[in-house]
Design a protein around this ligand. Sequence first.
Ligand SMILES: [Ca+2]
Ligand SMILES: [Ca+2]
Length: 78
Amino acid sequence: MKPAMIFFAVALSGTAAFAQSMAEMDADGDGVLSMAEVQALFPEVTEDAFASADTDGDGVLNEAELTAAQDAGVIPAN
Ligand SMILES: [Ca+2]
Ligand SMILES: [Ca+2]
């Protein structure tokens, strides 16, 4: 792949660093994070913290909820 094409691919994928972080945390690859997946990396995240991050209450964190929780400092960003 030519360098210009690699740049284009990275630009298309948006925030590459976040995508990698989500992929690393999502152990079963279903695109959302369960509390077990979050706690596997961040044992300090409590059930209450997870619940506050899970704004739609479906029991898992999607990308938007993860980003918001990391911005708010509820879940560590790395
Ligand atoms: Ca998952
Ligand atoms: Ca949720």
